[in-house]
Design a protein around this ligand. Structure first.
Ligand SMILES: [Zn+2]
Ligand SMILES: [Zn+2]
Length: 83
């Protein structure tokens, strides 16, 4: 079964904030944010849609990650894998 290791608690986000180098924490899948209108996220989603046409076929789980210090929000593509 191909699953996202972040969604399933197998791995944790280990990214550092590009602005302040503090820890980024997982805020959940980006699809969970689509109900809440956010111009910032909408811009990011539009970029993704306009991007690589092959990306839709790649099994990736898009997560929202946020800096614990400055609150910066980014997206991270998590590669789904077999476990
Ligand atoms: Zn996931
Ligand atoms: Zn930060």
């Amino acid at each position: 079964m191909v699953i996202c290791p972040i969604c399933n608690g197998i791995e944790e986000i280990e990214d550092r904030c590009p602005d302040c180098s503090n820890q980024m924490v997982d805020q959940g899948k980006i699809v969970d944010y689509l109900d809440d209108y956010s111009p910032y996220l909408e811009v990011m989603m539009t970029k993704m849609v306009d991007g690589d046409p092959d990306s839709a076929t790649v099994q990736q789980c898009i997560h929202v990650i946020q800096c614990v210090e400055c609150g910066k929000i980014m997206t991270k593509e998590i590669q789904e894998a077999s476990y």
